[in-house]
Design a protein around this ligand. Structure first.
Ligand SMILES: [Zn+2]
Length: 399
């Protein structure tokens, strides 16, 4: 048993308990009680043997969620992203997954990997063999035949008609992946790719959604341009990633359509536009061209009240050298309020992934995925730029 006492709690992230201080009881992998500090009986044998963490002066949050990760991605160097075969992919993914967990991300949705590595990692986690985040996987990324795909070797599964899309989507589910990732528009990081260009036809998008729905799952779409975003929403996609060029019509569609959500990815934009040594002239020019536009458009989506997911799309090198990069991106680059960012990184993302019965808030019966940070991140998001005091995943103290 684990008891976290004197925890400072944030009401929007704590369900069924509304005081700002509490003791959290954890038994096995679940939260079993939240009580007024010191209210719980002290004499029982279980309590005497319990591990106790005193969180006095610290804030306890639900485990963090990154909805847009690529755990195989070591650096932004195109060479670093190139397919280096199964063995290297496994090593890179395991290393990055461990770093994610150490940084408080107890759930990571992987939006594209090779050799089904993330499924293997998740299975090892479930068996209790590896300390990695709960991994939600897309497997290979479905895409029309497109420039730049070959750089990434096995990452992309090219499919060019509804029939090919159905086959490719079913293959990902056969390999025990959880959802489908689909390239609706070109990408910044694909050599010679044009982010604003729509590359998929409506019947192809619809075919992916049909297969996912049969598997009680959903499709996640990489989409930058307004036309691409609209097409994906209309086809029934559940999440739209990046959304750099979204317009007012897209925002209206999001608001009208039940069950479709935007996942902005701020940190990757900052990384590409910054001093990253790897950026080729082509990539740098693209990054500079869209930098201000993205800020304006994503802020508009936020102001309109869209429920936003929390995604970083970062490589491991940038993730490691900027602690809490996505949190900073959402205050400094976008203009979001700290409490909203914390909601995005926990509750909102859990709801968008339809996992809110299990994760996303601190609640009796939910997974004991908790992070303890030194300070008040709801007042100053920069608290998230410092290493966490403790990370607890499924009741286990990771750090
Ligand atoms: Zn991505």
């Amino acid at each position: 048993m684990l008891i976290i006492k004197n925890a400072r709690l944030l009401e929007p992230l704590t369900e069924g308990y509304d005081l700002s201080m509490g003791d959290i009881w954890v038994e096995g992998a679940k939260i079993t009680a939240i009580r007024r500090p010191g209210e719980l009986p002290q004499e029982s044998e279980a309590i005497v043997e319990a591990t106790v963490i005193d969180a006095e002066g610290k804030t306890v949050l639900p485990g963090l969620i990154d909805m847009h990760a690529h755990v195989y991605m070591k650096s932004l160097d195109i060479e670093g992203m190139r397919d280096r075969g199964p063995a290297v992919s496994v090593l890179n993914a395991y290393q990055y997954a461990r770093e994610y967990l150490n940084a408080g991300y107890t759930t990571v949705r992987d939006c594209g990997c090779m050799y089904n590595v993330t499924v293997a990692l998740e299975e090892a986690r479930r068996r209790g063999e590896l300390d990695v985040p709960r991994l939600i996987s897309s497997g290979r990324i479905l895409t029309p035949t497109e420039t730049g795909n070959d750089t990434f070797g096995e990452l992309y599964a090219e499919a060019d008609s509804p029939w090919e899309v159905r086959k490719a989507a079913r293959e990902q589910f056969k390999l025990k992946n959880d959802f489908i990732k689909y390239m609706v528009t070109g990408a910044f990081l694909n050599e010679k790719g044009s982010p604003g260009m729509v590359i998929a036809a409506p019947d192809e998008l619809r075919a992916a959604v049909e297969v996912a729905e049969m598997k009680e799952s959903y499709v996640c779409g990489h989409a930058h341009s307004a036309v691409g975003i609209k097409r994906a929403i209309e086809a029934g996609f559940r999440t739209i990633e990046h959304g750099v060029f979204l317009d007012d019509e897209c925002i209206e569609l999001f608001l009208k359509k039940d069950g479709c959500f935007l996942v902005p990815t701020g940190a990757i934009t900052l990384a590409c536009a910054g001093d990253t040594m790897y950026m080729s002239q082509d990539l740098k020019e693209k990054a500079e061209r869209y930098f201000d536009e993205e800020r304006v458009n994503i802020n508009k989506a936020y102001e309109a009240g869209l429920k936003l997911g929390f995604g970083s799309d970062l490589d491991m090198e940038n993730f490691m050298s900027h602690v809490g990069y996505e949190f900073t991106a959402r205050t400094d680059y976008y203009n979001f309020k700290p409490m909203d960012i914390l909601l995005q990184a926990t509750k909102n993302s859990a709801e968008i992934m339809m996992m809110d019965d299990e994760i996303g808030t601190i609640k009796v019966g939910k997974a004991a995925d908790l992070v303890i940070c030194d300070g008040n991140p709801d007042e100053d998001i920069r608290v998230m730029n410092r290493p966490l005091v403790h990370v607890i995943s499924g009741g286990k103290i990771i750090r």
